[in-house]
Design a protein around this ligand. Structure first.
Ligand SMILES: Nc1ncnc2c1ncn2[C@@H]1O[C@H](COP(=O)(O)OP(=O)(O)OP(=O)(O)O)[C@@H](O)[C@H]1O
Ligand SMILES: [Mg+2]
Length: 391
């Protein structure tokens, strides 16, 4: 039985069923694209003709040696064979609305491919860049969305370790989904918890090499507070100029960034009016004194005690009255929720060129039939949904 099992499960998706129509992101180890199921492909629950998915492409030769621009933490991740780790992590999780779940893992002679749920509306980073500071009600919605996502991951003993707006995508329903579980790890595995993904979102303890095994979840809650600050201000709480500088100056800047995080030296922009309750929760989650910081220690529950909840954060005035249950069922209308599922093959704005066919031999690369505008930073606002979000 080709592709199917004796028990009559549907035939598996094959690379040859997919068309690569767009590249949406470049990471340290490869690129992320959008694929569309070819017309006339075999029947399959996910294989609805025209369905779109994200595909993370890992070049096999890239994985064999350390790329020059890869940081030490990332290089260690490669040694542990990063795509395998991401596949393992995703395959241990049940399907959840706030995690970009995995459909399949495929390969050809040049690449490994991880096929996941697509964030049709792009990343949270792009949203903040396009729209600037988000209204308090939107910040609250996304914050609560991410609290539930983290509670789910931590309830499964998985620590994300690289939570940041680039690693959060927005689904067609307007809800956020966490992606990039490449360096995530299970709390009981032997590893160095101080090596997390991105300095700007790293907690002081991790930078000091002092994350204790009992409280590894705290690295994700710290990052979440940095993200809430970023949503409210469209600025990094611990800003860094490294990307724009080179050599010694960059190194100095980076050392200064590390110093500022360890000293918990940050402030609110003076030229913006920000909700005082939002400010309060960020200040309490980024408190320099670990003992006084809220939400960073969440007692693990025994099985059968129900889903893990961060009671301390849920009790804060910023979200105390939030309809958590409704959010968990995706029963709220999300901010900027579009009226229809966007079709990536119709988008005229592309941020990256498509790869050459020879570099993705197992996939069919399909150039768009319309004229595309590539590499423009000042893209048209991607999200054309409701402008105002009401609580
Ligand atoms: N499921 C998805 N839907 C839509 N866009 C996605 C999806 N997954 C990833 N992306 C986009 O591609 C970018 C890179 O993806 P990802 O973070 O998984 O790769 P990476 O190689 O681990 O990156 P890095 O090492 O830079 O964090 C993301 O920042 C996001 O913009
Ligand atoms: Mg990433």
């Amino acid at each position: 039985m080709e592709g199917g099992s004796m028990l009559g499960s549907p035939p598996r998706l094959k690379l040859s069923d997919l068309e690569l129509i767009k590249i949406v992101g470049k990471g340290a180890f490869g690129s992320v694209g959008v694929v569309k199921v070819k017309k006339g492909s075999p029947k399959h629950p996910w294989n609805i003709s025209g369905a779109q998915m994200a595909i993370k492409i890992f070049r096999k030769d890239n994985l064999r040696e350390r790329a020059p621009n890869v940081t030490r933490a990332k290089a260690d991740a490669v040694r542990e064979f990063l795509p395998n780790r991401e596949r393992r992590n995703l395959s241990m999780l049940e399907w959840h609305p706030f995690i970009a779940g995995m459909y399949a893992c495929l390969q050809d002679s040049k690449n490994l491919y991880l096929l996941t749920e697509l964030g049709h509306l792009g990343s949270l980073k792009e949203l903040i860049r396009d729209r600037g500071p988000l209204p308090t009600s939107v910040c609250r919605f996304y914050f609560a969305n991410l609290v539930l996502a983290l509670e789910f991951l931590h309830g499964n003993k998985l620590i994300h370790c690289d939570l940041k707006p680039e690693n959060i995508v927005i689904g067609a329903d307007g809800y956020l989904m966490i992606c990039d579980l490449g360096i995530s790890g299970f709390r009981d595995e032997k590893r160095n918890w101080n090596l997390v993904g991105t300095t700007e979102y790293t907690s002081p303890e991790a930078l000091k090499g002092q994350v204790q095994e009992e409280i590894v979840e705290s690295v994700d809650w710290w990052a979440l507070a940095c993200i809430l600050y970023e949503m409210a201000t469209a600025k990094l709480v611990f800003w860094n100029l490294e990307g724009e500088l080179y050599g010694e100056v960059a190194q100095k800047q980076n050392m200064d960034l590390v110093r500022r995080i360890i000293a918990c030296e940050w402030s609110w922009p003076t030229n913006m009016e920000i909700d005082p309750v939002l400010k309060n929760i960020v200040e309490r989650m980024l408190h320099p004194d670990f003992e006084k910081r809220i939400g960073c220690i969440v007692p693990m529950l025994e099985q059968d005690e129900g889903p893990l909840k961060n009671e301390e954060i849920r009790a804060h005035r910023f979200v105390r009255k939030f309809p958590w249950k409704k959010m968990g069922r995706t029963g709220l209308v999300a901010p900027f929720a579009p009226t229809h599922v966007p079709d990536a093959s119709e988008e005229e704005w592309h941020t990256h060129p498509l790869p050459q066919q020879k570099d993705v031999p197992g996939l069919v690369v399909v150039e768009p039939s319309h004229q595309i505008r590539t590499y423009k930073r000042e893209r048209k606002k991607k999200i054309q949904g409701r402008q105002e979000y009401e609580e």
